[in-house]
Every structure is written in structure tokens, then in C-alpha cells.
Design a protein around this ligand. Sequence first.
Ligand code: HEC
Length: 108
Amino acid sequence: MKKVWSVVAVAAMLCLVSSTTRAQDVANGEKVYKAKCASCHGPDGKGDTAAGKATKARDLCSADVKAETDAAWTDIIIKGKNKMPSYDKKITDAEVKDVIKYMRSLCK
Ligand code: HEC
């Protein structure tokens, strides 16, 4: 019986750890986004800012953009595309992952 409880305790702990890491990733992503991306993409991802309109940033929550995969987004963030600047070496791989998580969370 004791053994069962320790398995339950370990499982509960693992759940807790993975859910806090996830919240942390999104929080990191939010920092990067607000500092580097929101000027064009807007605080809500809609691109409804002066710079967003000038560069033609698209609504991240539109069906077309939402349908793009994380891999496609990673590519655009690293290499840039049209007026979207390249962030190669300007942000870390982990920051790219986190910022994508944050951007996805804007569209729920
Ligand atoms: C100078 C304005 C500007 C800044 C700053 C900017 N972007 Fe963009 N971004 C754009 C534009 C414009 C596009 C659309 C490119 C296209 O498809 O023509 C875009 C596209 C994207 C896309 C692909 C979605 C789509 O429209 O297909 C992602 C993902 C993205 N940006 C993430 C980021 C992240 C992350 C940052 C900050 C690290 C950032 N952007 C900063 C202008 C900007």
C-alpha cells in the first residue's frame, strides 16, 4: 500500500513540475514578445499597430496564420520574411520556442 502512495506522489509531483515549466515558458515568451515583437504584431497579435500596418504584419489569430506549423513559424522568426526581420542570433532557440508558445496562447 505504501508503494502505491509513493507512485501517486511521484506522479503528482511530475504533473506539477511539467505544468509550472509550461507556465514559465509562456511567461518568458511574453517578455520576448513584448520587448521585440509587439511593436509590429501588436499586444494581441493582430498586427493592429502603426508599424504592423506599415509592414503588413498579418493577424496571428487569422485562420491562415494559425494553421501554419510551429516549424514554419520558427523558420520565419529565424530567417525573416519580407518585412519581418530575421532574429537569427538575436534571440536564443529557447526564446523562439517560448515566444511561439506565447503567440499561440494569444489566439485561444
Ligand atoms: C518590423 C515589424 C516586425 C517585427 C518587429 C516582428 N515582426 Fe513578425 N512579422 C512581420 C511581418 C510584416 C510579417 C509577415 C511576413 C509575410 O508573410 O510577408 C511577420 C510574420 C511573422 C510570423 C509568421 C506569421 C505569418 O504572418 O505568416 C511570425 C511567427 C512572426 N512574425 C513572429 C515574430 C516574432 C516572434 C517577433 C519578435 C521576436 C516578430 N515577429 C517581430 C513584422 C514584424
